[in-house]
Design a protein. Structure first.
Lengths: 138, 135
């Protein structure tokens, strides 16, 4: 009796037909998902180079203390009266800017609120916004 | 009587490598997607401030995402950093051209935390910052 060692041959190769449509669709879909930009809302700040920074002059002082109280030129005002007051100041002299002075311990939410009001003032008066931001520690 | 039986000719089995490559590729894509959409519960529970000045920010070349929690903890691309000085290692290797940093800060943080962060970013040469708001 003879025993023959069985010899197996396999063909190894690339068969491009094997890329099914489903596979291809999955890959394309995955790439699309990865490349979709995140749609987010926010405020975009473009800062000037430090050398070009100008010191604020001829401005309306708009400040927030550590308790979240708003002041315009040292006058304590409620939130709903801020816009009218700022508009009155800028209507007198439209070349003025708004200098937003915030206490370090005030919350970020108040900073955004103050920025919104300052921005809204310029918008309603159809002026280009000029807002300076300063932070105080005391 | 002799009967002659004809056996069909055996075909050599073939192994297509393309299926294996496909499989590997699909697994890799799946892993990338899973990492991309993996949510850190700490980072997701953030109270963003609402702003009327906000608009949809598109077309900005994003370097890193910074998240500031109400506790003052800062996360850069999902990784917690100990201080703003650690920002350098995340940002400097990616500095090329006109770049924007996206900041998601909890509305209850102190302005001081935010200011320290901005100052550090400016020192690193970042001039464009997007403050992400909610609502």
């Amino acid at each position: 009796m003879k025993f023959f060692k069985q010899r197996k041959n396999y063909e190894i190769g690339f068969d491009f037909v094997s890329i099914s449509m489903a596979n291809l669709a999955f890959i394309v879909l995955a790439f699309l998902i990865l490349s979709i930009p995140k749609k987010e809302k926010g405020i975009l700040f473009a800062f000037e180079e430090k050398e070009q920074l100008e010191s604020p002059s001829n401005y309306v002082r708009f400040s927030i203390n550590d308790k979240g109280e708003f002041f315009i030129e040292d006058e304590n005002l409620s939130y709903d009266k801020l816009l009218e007051k700022l508009k009155a100041y800028l209507s007198e002299d439209s070349t003025r800017s708004i200098y937003l002075i915030i206490h370090r311990n005030a919350t970020y939410e108040y900073f955004i609120k103050a920025f919104d009001i300052a921005n809204e003032t310029f918008k309603t008066l159809k002026l280009s916004p000029k807002i300076f931001i300063g932070v105080i520690k005391r | 009587m002799a009967v002659r039986v004809k056996f069909p000719k055996r075909e050599i089995p073939g192994i297509s490598l393309i299926s294996l490559a496909n499989l590997g590729f699909i697994i890799a894509i799946f892993l990338i997607l899973a990492i991309k959409f993996k949510k850190n519960p700490k980072i997701e529970n953030i109270n963003l401030p609402v702003s009327s000045s906000a608009f949809e920010i598109l077309g900005q070349k994003r370097i890193v995402d910074i998240v500031v929690l109400s506790s003052g903890d800062i996360y850069v691309d999902g990784v917690k950093i100990n201080s703003v000085n650690d920002l350098e290692s995340f940002i400097l290797p990616k500095m090329k051209g006109d770049l924007t940093i996206f900041i998601k800060a909890d509305k209850n943080i102190n302005v001081g935390v935010y200011v320290d962060l901005i100052e550090k970013l400016r020192k690193l040469g970042i001039n464009k910052i997007a403050l992400i708001t909610g609502g």
